[in-house]
Design a protein around this ligand. Structure first.
Ligand code: ZN
Length: 75
């Protein structure tokens, strides 16, 4: 996979960025006195699907993961 800076082949369909994509994932977090700690949780799994929300922080494009993966499938 060339030109994609993540392990999921996702790329912004608007600006082509692949290293500034945020995905709204379900994660376990440990509750701490000062908030939450995602790295302290016993279960470190991160779960998201093609229907999860996603956003490109480079240009502000918002959609869901499938909007991005479609772009990643093109040259
Ligand atoms: Zn973008």
């Amino acid at each position: 996979m060339t030109g994609i800076d993540n392990d999921f082949g996702l790329k912004c369909p608007e600006c082509g960025a692949s290293d500034e994509i945020d995905v709204c994932a379900d994660v376990w977090v440990r509750l701490c006195p000062d908030g939450t700690d995602v790295t302290a949780a016993e279960n470190g799994d991160t779960e998201w699907t093609d229907h999860s929300g996603a956003k490109c922080c480079a240009c502000g494009f918002g959609g869901n993961v499938s909007d991005f993966s479609k772009a990643g499938g093109q040259p």
